[in-house]
Ligand binder design. Structure first.
Ligand code: CUA
Length: 219
């Protein structure tokens, strides 16, 4: 579970430790009556304290994955059915992310599906055309490290994990251009990992040729 326990998790773990310890000390003080131990009370208290400590511990430990879910390792996510697996080693050879399947695909209902790969240190395709105002279903995976695809000027960010398909539903109301930038440190070339999203007027999009939908980057 790489990354699940990190610095920020020190707080909940600290609360568990302090809560547990103070529970024990408190129980001990109440059990110790003058001249000896009150046996029935001791048994009752120990039972109740144990249960309370257990519940508190479970509750607080649950907070860790709940707040750090995006750092949970892929095998664990897969185990819980939280993500779709794709083999990062054969992305270019077979399956959904082969080269001629990347780019923007028009769907019958007017929405589009965008398929992309993030890899050190580029997004493929380098330029994505989408129609203005249409729902955009983004499907992206990473060939190597963890990346984060963001669109400058919007609040959208998509975390991209190796071997996993990340999905997002986006929409860009106005025609224009957005710089797409990687916001997750992914290695030496991270700061150069950027590309483009071109939002074209909705009525012009169907006129684009197949290769223009695959990428809007100039050859
Ligand atoms: Cu990819 Cu930073």
């Amino acid at each position: 579970m790489q990354g699940v326990i990190s610095r920020c998790d020190g707080l909940p773990i600290g609360i568990v430790l302090v809560g547990t310890t103070s529970g024990w000390v408190h129980s001990h003080n109440r059990m110790h009556v003058a001249g000896g131990y009150n046996q029935p009370l001791v048994r009752h208290l120990v039972k109740w304290r144990k249960l309370r400590t257990l519940l508190l511990t479970v509750l607080i430990l649950c907070l860790i994955p709940a707040t750090r879910y995006y750092q949970i390792d892929q095998p664990l996510l897969r185990f819980f059915g939280g993500s779709r697996h794709v083999d990062p080693l054969s992305l270019h050879l077979s399956g959904e992310f082969v080269e001629n399947n990347l780019g923007t695909e028009q769907n019958a209902d007017g929405s589009v599906t965008v398929r992309m790969i993030a890899e050190q240190y580029l997004f493929i395709p380098h330029c994505i055309p989408v129609p203005a105002g249409a729902p955009v279903h983004l499907r992206i995976t990473s060939a190597d490290a963890v990346h984060s695809l963001t669109f400058n000027g919007t609040g959208s960010a998509v975390k991209v994990l190796r071997g996993t398909i990340s999905e997002a539903q986006l929409q860009f109301p106005q025609a224009g251009e957005y710089k797409t930038v990687c916001r997750e440190f992914c290695g030496a070339g991270h700061y150069a990992m950027r590309s483009e999203l071109k939002v074209v007027p909705r009525d012009q999009f169907p006129a684009l040729r197949a290769e223009e939908r695959a990428t809007c980057a100039q050859p």
